[in-house]
Ligand binder design. Structure first.
Ligand SMILES: NC(=O)c1ccc[n+]([C@@H]2O[C@H](COP(=O)([O-])OP(=O)(O)OC[C@H]3O[C@@H](n4cnc5c(N)ncnc54)[C@H](OP(=O)(O)O)[C@@H]3O)[C@@H](O)[C@H]2O)c1
Length: 287
C-alpha cells in the first residue's frame, strides 16, 4: 500500500543522511537557451523542486538564471530545491573532477550541490572538446582511466562539504557492483533509463536492497515509436482513471519505488507532469 496518494511532495531519503530527493524531477535536457529558461521557470511555477542538470547539456547558466529568478521572485529558497549536475566524460581524471564541479557550480550560480553524478562510465581524452575524435571520427577514450579513480575524487567533494551526495548515471549492475563494493562513500543515487518497456528490474532490486535511490530518466519511453505513451494498456488505464497516459506512466514509476525525471517544455505539460498521484493498486499492477 502507498502511504500517501499525492506524489507532488513525496521525497526519498539519501544515504549518509544527505537529505531527501523529491521523487518528481525536472530534467533540463532542452535544446536551446531560451527554451531552457522558460521551461525551467514553468517547472518551478508548476511546483517541481528537483532539477537535473549536466555540464554536457551546455545550459547550466540558463538553468541557474531561471532558478535565481525563482529565488528573487520570493517564496522559494535554495534549501527548498534539490539540484543535481553531472561530470562529463572528458573530466574523469581525478585532478579534473573538482575544477569541473566548481565550473558547474559557478555556471549554475550556486554554492553547493545536492547531488553530483558521473554522467557515464566512459572516460574520454581530457580537454575542452566534449567529443574528442580521431581523424576517422572515432571517439578517443582515455585508456587506463578507471571509474574507481574518478570515484575517489567524487568522494573528496563530499568530504569538503560542497556536495551532499554522489552517484552514477548510465550504469549497468555489473558496472555499479565494483564501485559499490570498494567505495568509501557508497553511491546514493543511480540514474538510468527506465519505463515499462525497459524496467531494469534487477538493478532496481539491487538499489532497493542497498538503499540507493533509483532515478529513472525517459520514464515516458523517449525515442521509442510506438512507445509506452501509445501503449493500449496505458491508454485503457488512463481512460478508466481519468488521467493522461503520461500521468499513468509517471505514477507507475513512483509506485514501483523509483524517482523520475521528465522534460516538459510548456507550462501546461509541466502541470500535467507534476500533478501525479497514486493509481489504484489493481491498475498499477497490470504490466
Ligand atoms: N543520464 C543520462 O544520460 C540522461 C539521458 C537522457 C535524459 N536524462 C535526463 O532525464 C531527463 C528526462 O529525459 P527525457 O527527456 O528523455 O524524458 P521524457 O520526459 O520521458 O521524454 C521527453 C519527451 O517526452 C515528451 N513529453 C514530456 N511530457 C509529456 C507529456 N505529458 N505527454 C506527452 N509527451 C510528453 C516530450 O515531448 P515534447 O518534446 O513534445 O515536449 C519529449 O519528446 C532529461 O531532461 C535529463 O535531465 C539523462
Amino acid at each position: 500500500m502507498i502511504e500517501s496518494s499525492n506524489f507532488r511532495t513525496k521525497t526519498m531519503p539519501l544515504k549518509h543522511g544527505a537529505g531527501h530527493m523529491p521523487v518528481l524531477g525536472f530534467g533540463t535536457l532542452t535544446p536551446d537557451a531560451v527554451a531552457t529558461i522558460s521551461a525551467t521557470r514553468d517547472a518551478l511555477e508548476a511546483g517541481f523542486r528537483h532539477f537535473d542538470c549536466a555540464e554536457r547539456y551546455r545550459n547550466e547558466r540558463e538553468v541557474g538564471k531561471a532558478l535565481q529568478a525563482g529565488f528573487s521572485a520570493g517564496g522559494i529558497a535554495r534549501e527548498d530545491i534539490f539540484v543535481t549536475t553531472k561530470l562529463w566524460n572528458t573530466n574523469h581524471r581525478p585532478e579534473r573532477v573538482e575544477p569541473a564541479f566548481e565550473a558547474s557550480l559557478d555556471r549554475l550560480g550556486l554554492n553547493y550541490l545536492d547531488l553530483y553524478l558521473i554522467h557515464t562510465p566512459y572516460a574520454f581524452q581530457p580537454g575542452d572538446d566534449q567529443d574528442p575524435r580521431d581523424r576517422n571520427g572515432n571517439i578517443l577514450y582515455d585508456q587506463g582511466m578507471t571509474l574507481l579513480k574518478t570515484w575517489g575524487a567524487m568522494e573528496r567533494l563530499v568530504d569538503n562539504g560542497k556536495c551532499r551526495a554522489i552517484g552514477l548515471s548510465d550504469i549497468a549492475l555489473d558496472g555499479l557492483l565494483p564501485i559499490y563494493e570498494s567505495a568509501r562513500i557508497k553511491p546514493a543515487v543511480v540514474q538510468v533509463e527506465a519505463h515499462p518497456y525497459l524496467p531494469e528490474t534487477e538493478l532496481l532490486e539491487f538499489c532497493k536492497e542497498k538503499d540507493i535511490v533509483f532515478l529513472a530518466f525517459a520514464p515516458l519511453g523517449h525515442g521509442i515509436t510506438p512507445g509506452p505513451l501509445e501503449d493500449p494498456v496505458v491508454a485503457a488505464i488512463a481512460a478508466r482513471v481519468g488521467r493522461t497516459p503520461a500521468q499513468v506512466l509517471l505514477a507507475w514509476a513512483v509506485q514501483r519505488g523509483t524517482a523520475l525525471l521528465t522534460t516538459p517544455r510548456t507550462a501546461a505539460r509541466a502541470l500535467e507532469n507534476f500533478n501525479i498521484s497514486a493509481l489504484p493498486d489493481d491498475d498499477s499492477m497490470k504490466w
